[in-house]
Design a protein around this ligand. Structure first.
Ligand code: DGJ
Length: 731
């Protein structure tokens, strides 16, 4: 059992992998005592030192040292003494906003039950234990259960919260975070990932000295602007060393993540649903469950944090049957043709794709309705016979005859004003009745807060998926929510629509991914705009960015790998000049950037010369040789492209026998220094053969001495090293 309860002192000690998490009940309040490196036993070393602080209000007039404002708490309330950021808020029928959660009891269970209607991590009785702490606000009857899941072999604790209205009046939840931890230290750096369309996930590391650092999304999705991730790092923490407290939200809608340093140098670390437009009415007897936060602690730096996230998501979150399967190398026609294609053109590209060994053809946007641009047809999921004279089925059969699998683009959450669906069901649009529409990419969003609209999506998409043999689906979402409201719900529930949208989406995904388990789903939102653990739960890979420029991808993929394993990161070799940046990079650099993740192609192969096709064939063959190591091995970042002119990383296969390293030098420099490529994760006393040169090096040599990289007068250059482990007497 990884959860120990010390009855005498009312202390809970959770142990997960190399981490411990300790809480205690103090005067009826659940207090946070410790989160950090694993302890064998907690012996009350961190007892609370009581101190009368100025302006710190007291529940008990006779005890000026006891204040909620200074108590390290696990799920803080507001209005009765704690002026820091609260974890939840509640409104009663009288307009009262005060509550007082008092500890009632606990349950400790083996295993982990699913969260109804929400994606969440999973594990069996031998892998995870659950602690539920019960708290009650007696006056209103609001019952709050804090759920903690300690995974035995991974340094992960997952958290969520269940609210139940056990009272007799309506209550409205005005804030309901999933995680709040009062770390009794300060001086952290806060790491977050920010960006934009075509420029997802830049790394932002800033010191928090006082006040709150908060990131959020109000876009209805997790968003490319801010990722639902935050980590607190010690100032000295690097890739390989130092403490990291990280949280990632298993949710695809609006969120906040915040770190607040108080006057006495404590840091409150929080994550959950965004309270703006994120309310929930609880009638007597009703309940609400928050999405889950995955919390990772390590004392060994960011690379170790990533390793923990990668293993955890592969073993305990992504539930597709493809999670542990080698992924096909695909070609997508988007950058090759955009909307302007014929069946003939598609088949010509597919011919070349088959010739170079590509395994899956993906037909992107423009195959349905009368969609020649972004102004029409979303919702009309019927093939356009002008482009596909033999229909989807006809094309699919021809693609399969070439020995390729067939994949299809869909954007099921959307509706075009110019569509038959809109003409039949204008009421299906997500909007506030009476207000004008706000458009995004010329399209509107379906009201997935409505059950009948979700049923319609399930039905219409099922029809498409059954109309031909479809092996893969790219599930796109190209705009964010606006005009949020729904004529379907009463005024008191309008604040719920954004979350109801996400719940509707999850129901659709739950149904379709269960109904069609053999389809490989890839999530997309104009690239990596909704790259989050919630979507990964249903879809085992995500198109990482619409920016296919190899140089930009170095940063985007580097930062994406902080939380998500390379196998989940869709990366394509595209044509030159690059369509997002105009940059010319060599085919080999474009190849090595894409091979560093889940590789595919996205260019017009019919326009490639014979030499280029030959080179692509070699890339495809090489990726097939190394992809088990890339997709299931351990990933080590060795040089950070956000910090200079270089990017380097290497992969080590699960059995430790295969090693692939990539080196990228962005700009060529005069008087260039000689660079070294130092590997990580090798066996110090092992020997490794360079498969290109036949030379054998010790693991220690590759890791500590490093390989000298010859100087080339060339921008955007790259190298790849492939080693195989050999025994000592092979040389
Ligand atoms: C955005 C995606 O990210 C692109 O790859 C492409 O599928 C377009 N949408 C199609 O509209």
């Amino acid at each position: 059992m990884s959860i120990v309860y010390d009855k005498e002192n009312q202390v809970f000690h959770l142990q997960a992998g190399d981490t411990s998490y300790v809480m205690g009940v103090v005067r009826g309040y659940l207090t946070h005592l410790y989160w950090g490196k694993r302890l064998n036993r907690y012996g009350a070393s961190r007892r609370i030192i009581w101190k009368d602080r100025g302006f710190a209000p007291n529940p008990d007039d006779l005890d000026r040292a006891f204040s909620l404002d200074t108590l390290p708490q696990e799920y803080p309330q507001t209005g009765n003494g704690d002026y820091r950021n609260c974890a939840y808020g509640m409104l009663d029928e009288q307009g009262g906003r005060i509550s007082n959660l008092i500890y009632q009891g606990y349950e400790i269970l083996h295993g982990k039950e699913p969260l109804s209607g929400l994606p969440a991590s999973f594990g069996n009785d031998d892998e995870v234990d659950t602690l539920k702490i019960h708290m009650l606000d007696e006056l209103s009857g609001l019952k709050v259960e804090l759920w903690y899941h300690a995974f035995h072999n991974q340094s992960v604790i997952a958290r969520s919260v269940r609210f139940v209205n056990t009272g007799e009046e309506n209550l409205t939840l005005t804030k309901m975070l999933s995680m709040s931890v009062d770390i009794r230290e300060a001086g952290f750096d806060v790491l977050t990932l920010y960006g934009a369309h075509n420029n997802e996930r830049n790394m932002d590391r800033r010191r928090i000295t006082s006040g709150t650092v908060q990131i959020e999304s109000l876009r209805g999705t997790s968003s490319p602007q801010q990722a639902p991730f935050m980590a607190l790092l010690r100032p000295e923490t690097t890739e390989d060393f130092g403490e990291v407290y990280a949280a990632n939200f298993v949710y695809s809608g609006n969120f906040i993540a915040a770190a607040q340093t108080d006057a006495f140098e404590n840091t409150r670390f929080q994550m959950g649903m965004n309270p703006w437009n994120g309310q929930w009415l609880l009638e007597p007897g009703q309940e609400f469950h928050t999405p889950e936060v995955v919390m990772v602690y390590t004392s060994e730096g960011l690379n170790e944090m990533s390793k923990i996230f990668h293993n955890f998501y592969q073993d305990h979150l992504i539930r597709s049957q493809y999670t542990k399967k080698i992924r096909p190398i695909l070609i997508n026609n988007w950058e090759a043709t955009y909307f302007d294609f014929t069946e003939e053109k598609i088949l010509e590209i597919a011919d070349k794709a088959a010739q170079v060994g590509i395994e899956l053809f993906v037909l992107d946007d423009g195959w349905f309705g009368k969609r020649d641009d972004t102004t029409s047809s979303l919702g009309d999921w019927i093939e356009d016979r002008r482009k596909l004279p033999d229909g989807l089925k006809g094309l699919e059969e021809k693609i399969h005859e070439k020995g390729l699998q067939f994949g299809l683009w869909l954007e099921p959450e959307m509706i075009s004003e110019n569509s038959d669906l809109y003409r039949r069901h204008p009421d299906y649009v997500l909007h506030t009745p009476g207000r004008p529409y706000t458009y995004g990419r010329g399209q509107l969003v379906l009201d997935l807060s409505r059950e009948d609209v979700c049923d319609y999506v399930i039905e219409s998409i099922s029809k498409v998926l059954e109309s031909a043999q479809i092996d893969y689906v790219k599930w796109d979402m190209n705009r964010h929510l606006t005009d949020v409201g729904s004529g379907f719900y009463p005024a008191a529930r309008q604040g719920e629509i954004t979350h109801r949208y996400v719940l509707g989406l999850y129901r659709i995904l739950e149904t379709l991914t269960n109904k069609y388990p053999d389809i490989l789903f890839e999530s997309c939102s104009s690239g990596g705009g909704r790259f989050d653990p919630g979507m990964l739960y249903y879809m085992p890979q995500t198109w990482c960015s619409d920016n296919t420029d190899a140089v930009c991808r170095l940063k985007i993929q580097y930062a994406t790998s902080l939380t998500y394993p390379p196998i989940t990161i869709g990366a394509h070799v595209s044509g030159c000049p690059n369509q997002q940046t105009g940059r010319e990079t060599s085919l080999s650099t474009r190849g090595f950037a894409a091979m560093s993740a889940n590789m595919g192609y996205e260019l017009d192969l019919t326009k490639c010369s014979e030499e280029e096709l030959e080179q692509i064939k070699q890339q495809v063959d090489f990726y097939k040789e190394i992809r088990e190591t890339i997709q299931f091995g351990t990933f080590y970042r060795t040089k950070n492209p956000f910090e200079g002119n270089l990017a380097q990383w290497n992969f080590v296969s699960k059995d430790g026998k295969d090693v692939v390293g990539f080196y990228f030098e962005i700009l060529s420099r005069p008087a260039a220094p000689i660079q070294l490529m130092k590997f990580k994760g090798l066996e110090r006393d092992g020997y490794y053969k360079d498969l290109n040169t036949g030379k054998i090096y010790g693991g220690d040599e590759l890791m500590y001495s490093g390989i000298s990289i010859p100087i080339h007068k060339q921008d955007f250059r790259s190298e790849c090293y492939h080693f195989r482990k050999v025994n000592e007497n092979s040389f």
